[in-house]
Design a protein around this ligand. Structure first.
Ligand code: PLP
Length: 252
């Protein structure tokens, strides 16, 4: 498989991605070690939004297998391109998670390609995803239930998405009652104000309470390029890293 033209420009991009990826992996390793956690415990989800399929293909060649996308229809198009380039016989098929907010009318298309949706924050969205997952299963577009993480708003600022901490148990019950969804855990984006450590410590407590009620919901998706180290210290099981690996995103 080739990720594109074998030219000087391409080689430079590949080298850049390789160096950035190695540095990001070292950060995750160091944070795991510092926290006394086992090596490899934290998933590195590479966030490729705004970047082309060619970059996803280069990252696959560099050993990445799990990606995060945040916008439709960009994600659907890119994933189709990646799968076409790899071909059905490829030894390792990448998986893609949806990490951005989902409009209900996009739930059906997201259910075609997403392993897990990280950004679920309302009962109507849960219902739309359940319908989308059912339809995708019936159509043979997916074979497993759609994973769901509830996005929690740590400071209660609804404008930035996420369900309030108080609303988590009830929304968790709605997901648990949906036959084609699988409640896997929580996701959070640390508020911009206040101390990162304070928010991540708070999130760790919220997740511990959540797991007592939903024992299967062991995933904690937290930490991005700027704060993955702190997130790993406080129990994140999945860091979502874009800029540190791919560089600054082009302005949409
Ligand atoms: C874009 C995005 C990221 C990646 O952020 P970086 O700071 O570029 O690493 C992580 N999580 C979500 C929800 C995003 O939308």
């Amino acid at each position: 498989m080739s990720s594109g033209n074998v030219g000087g420009v391409d080689d430079a991009r590949r080298a850049e991605l390789a160096a950035n990826l190695a540095a990001a992996r070292t950060r995750v390793d160091d944070a795991e070690r510092a926290a006394g956690r086992s090596s490899g415990e934290v998933t590195l989800l590479v966030v490729t939004k705004y970047f082309p399929a060619a970059d996803v293909l280069r990252l696959i060649e560099l050993g990445c297998g799990e990606f995060g996308e945040s916008r439709e229809p960009e994600a659907s198009r890119k994933i189709a391109e990646v799968r076409a380039a790899l071909g059905p016989g490829a030894s390792a098929q990448p998986v893609f998670d949806m990490i951005g907010s989902v409009q209900r009318k996009k739930a059906r298309s997201v259910a075609r390609w997403a392993r897990t949706v990280h950004s679920v924050d309302s009962a109507p969205l849960v219902e739309a995803l359940q319908r989308g997952a059912r339809a995708a299963l019936d159509a043979g577009e997916r074979t497993a239930p759609l994973g769901v993480l509830l996005q929690v708003s740590l400071d209660g600022d609804a404008a930035r998405g996420g369900v309030s901490i108080d609303g988590l148990p009830a929304l968790g019950d709605v997901v648990a009652g949906a036959s084609d969804l699988h409640l896997r855990g929580l996701m959070a984006i640390a508020p911009l104000h206040g101390e990162r450590e304070m928010w991540m410590a708070k999130l760790a407590g919220v997740h511990a309470d959540f797991v007592r009620r939903f024992p299967d919901a062991t995933v904690l998706s937290a930490g991005m390029s700027g704060d993955l180290d702190v997130a790993v210290k406080f129990g994140s099981t999945c860091v979502r890293v874009g800029t540190a690996i791919l560089g600054l995103r082009p302005i949409p």
